[in-house]
Design a protein around this ligand. Structure first.
Ligand code: DX5
Ligand code: ZN
Length: 217
């Protein structure tokens, strides 16, 4: 299972986004948190910033939409240059149709679950997805403590993916750091979002390499 590390620019300096993207070249993806002040109690950025960021970096963009009405907005993020678009199942009116639309537009389709949302009702949807995101904090803010109680859900999801013989990536987001990443990798996650653990480090590129080494062992 190949490990991927996706730095989250939520913890970067928003006035220097192009430089902050360059600071983590070597990362697999750049994780872009889109928040609308409705689905989560925080506001970040939208389509115009994603367009500019896509021009400013060669690292593919992994857009995590923490917004209401993703059915309406998600396709615009593909057009803006995102190579992977994640919508929350709690907000989507028609998750299968939306995943198909994202794929048809040429991006990887991904679905996210908040901590209290179980995976089991969505087992039959997994073949429609390229990635599943299990939140390991309540979405909305960087720098929160990792929720250990999510480890069994990560494990059960990995078992479902194997049972169905799917290629699906299993991403986790929230509180990923040197002290939590090994537990998550052991539970079956293979794509790791890290905000404060990367951008809060003296050398963000080194932090990415160190997290990767830890997750691989
Ligand atoms: C939180 C965001 C995360 C956030 C993670 O709602 O979805 O991507 O940047 O930040 P850390 O890694 O600091 O928990
Ligand atoms: Zn995120």
């Amino acid at each position: 299972m190949a490990v991927q590390i996706n730095p989250s620019i939520l913890s970067a300096d928003f006035a220097r986004l192009a430089d902050e993207a360059k600071a983590v070249e070597g990362a697999d993806w750049l994780h872009v948190d889109v928040m609308d002040n409705h689905f989560v109690p925080n506001l970040t950025l939208g389509v115009p910033v994603v367009e500019s960021l896509a021009r400013a970096t060669d690292t593919p963009l992994d857009c995590h939409l923490m917004i209401e009405a993703p059915d309406r907005w998600a396709p615009q993020y593909v057009e803006a240059g995102a190579s992977s678009v994640t919508f929350h199942v709690e907000a989507a009116a028609a998750p299968v149709r939306l995943a198909r639309e994202i794929r048809a537009k040429g991006a990887r389709a991904s679905m996210a679950l908040k901590p209290a949302t179980p995976i089991e009702p969505y087992e039959d949807l997994l073949p429609e997805l390229d990635m599943l995101l299990i939140m390991t904090v309540e979405p909305g803010f960087g720098g929160q403590a990792f929720l250990d109680i999510m480890l069994p859900k990560i494990r059960r999801t990995r078992e479902l993916i194997s049972k169905h013989g799917l290629e699906l990536w299993l991403q986790i987001d929230g509180g990923v750091s040197a002290s939590t990443i090994e537990r998550c990798a052991e539970a079956g996650a293979d794509v790791f979002v890290a905000g404060s653990a990367v951008y809060g480090a003296e050398d963000p590129a080194h932090a990415v390499r160190a997290l990767r080494t830890q997750a691989e062992t």
